[in-house]
Design a binder for this molecule. Structure first.
Ligand SMILES: Cc1cc2nc3c(=O)[nH]c(=O)nc-3n(C[C@H](O)[C@H](O)[C@H](O)COP(=O)(O)OP(=O)(O)OC[C@H]3O[C@@H](n4cnc5c(N)ncnc54)[C@H](O)[C@@H]3O)c2cc1C
Length: 395
């Protein structure tokens, strides 16, 4: 028979970036949190993430920026290239002018460093308790209270549940008409190498984006500039049951076959690639019911082509904490969804569109390249300004 435990404060399911940020947000408003993370330890898995001004503002309010700052790297520019010819199509400078315009700089970080920074910030908050090896199996209602059942047979009753359990969320299944993630036809390969191991042709401290027919490549330094994060995306089928797994270099051959020599240099290096299924959720505003809500990828997983998955989770955490402070749990959850739905929906759709634009071939590719070469970087940035100028404290 299952044991019933005393009522816990707010239960946050999942200790990824969204879960840790949520607990920090709750601490900021004086609320207690219990994080239940299924993994036995916080994983070092993952590669580079981009921390735009919107994400930095959220981290600052959550009180985690100081812990993460030593690991952030500020690239001087974003450079966009045509993959087959190697022609540079655009350079967007990111220095002081960018920081002045958007209020914070544009930075990049390794996912593990961001996660560990958030974890160390939670460690200084006595109101946050973290349990690892705690897999949540289902959420139910018992005697009028929410009950969180773990797969080791425990049942915790709680005043509220925040599902921060990622794209394949268990908590999401408690909601009516809940979405399931859809594979969008992209395999996403990630590799990390010491900067010294990077092919000389590609040694660059900028964020470099190579647009190829049917795929793209992005690389930039992480770990305070000591390592290079490389992401290669191909349009392909996904034939595995698992959502991420080790990958062979040969799988990328079709992408590199039509690439310029500089980009092909990557194939000469013994990189260890891991691939992820490029999936997202169809936007739907059904994230909350009563005292249960979703946050981060569980609510609105997107394709990573605008590099905003982590940023959206951090913004969510700030808005959620502030609405809870103002409106209490049920009304706060409802208002939080209203404030976050339109922005995350726009981001999901814009990320899909970016994938399509990045991978054009033939005449459409030429037309895209012509437009990029003829557009001023300032105008290009104007189009992204809705992403970077967002301030979660204004909502
Ligand atoms: C291993 C990994 C590597 C990644 N690497 C990159 C990267 O290199 N670049 C990039 O841009 N994005 C990466 N991402 C995605 C990025 O971190 C997310 O898009 C973003 O941070 C939002 O994260 P999240 O916290 O909502 O979800 P996630 O990062 O998926 O975190 C969800 C957490 O919930 C836990 N969990 C799931 N189900 C349960 C359950 N039933 N009970 C308890 N715990 C549960 C998971 O173990 C995980 O820790 C990665 C994600 C993961 C999980």
């Amino acid at each position: 028979m299952r044991r019933a435990e005393a009522t816990h404060p707010m239960v946050v399911v999942g200790g990824g970036i969204a879960g840790l940020a949520t607990a920090l947000g709750l601490a900021r408003i004086g609320a207690d949190a219990l994080i239940l993370e299924q993994s036995p330890a916080f994983s070092e898995i993952g590669a580079g993430l981009q921390v735009g001004p919107n994400a930095a503002r959220a981290l600052r309010w959550l009180g985690a920026l100081d812990a993460i700052e030593p690991y952030l790297f500020a690239p001087p520019a974003i450079r966009i290239f045509d993959g087959p010819t190697g022609r540079e199509l655009m350079v967007i400078r990111l220095g002081a002018r960018f920081a002045q315009r958007f209020g914070e700089p544009y930075q990049v970080v390794h996912r593990a460093d961001l996660l560990m920074g958030l974890l160390s910030a939670t460690g200084s908050e006595p109101s946050i308790r973290v349990e690892t090896s705690a897999q949540v199996a289902e959420i139910g209602v018992e005697h009028g209270s929410l009950a969180v059942a773990t797969d080791d047979g425990r049942k915790l009753s709680t005043s509220g549940v925040i599902g921060a359990d990622g794209i394949r969320s268990t908590v999401r299944r408690s909601l009516p008409r809940s979405q399931e993630p859809r594979y969008r036809g992209y395999a996403i390969y990630r590799a990390l190498i010491p900067v010294a191991g990077m092919p000389e042709e590609l040694l660059d401290d900028c964020v470099c984006l190579w647009l190829c027919p049917g795929g793209h490549v992005v690389h930039y330094p992480v770990r305070s500039g000591r390592a290079m994060n490389i992401v290669a995306v191909t349009a392909s089928a996904w034939n595995s049951e698992r959502w991420s797994e080790p990958a062979l270099r040969d799988e990328l051959e079709p992408l590199f076959a039509r690439s310029c020599d500089a980009l092909r240099a990557l194939t000469q290096h013994p990189l260890i690639w891991t691939k992820w299924a490029g999936a997202d959720l169809e936007p739907s505003p059904v994230w909350s019911r009563g005292r249960l809500t979703l946050i981060g990828d569980a609510a609105h997983a997107t394709l990573p082509f605008l590099a905003q998955g982590a940023a959206m989770s951090l913004e969510d955490a700030v808005v959620l904490a502030r609405t809870l402070r103002r409106n209490g749990i049920s009304d706060g959850f409802e208002l939080y969804v209203r404030l976050r739905y339109e922005r995350t929906r726009r981001l999901t759709l814009a990320s899909r569109k970016a994938g399509w634009q990045y991978h054009l071939d033939g005449l459409p590719r030429k037309a895209r390249n012509g437009i990029l070469s003829a557009t001023s970087p300032d105008r290009f940035l104007n189009r992204l300004s809705w992403i970077y100028s967002y301030d979660p404290l204004a909502d």
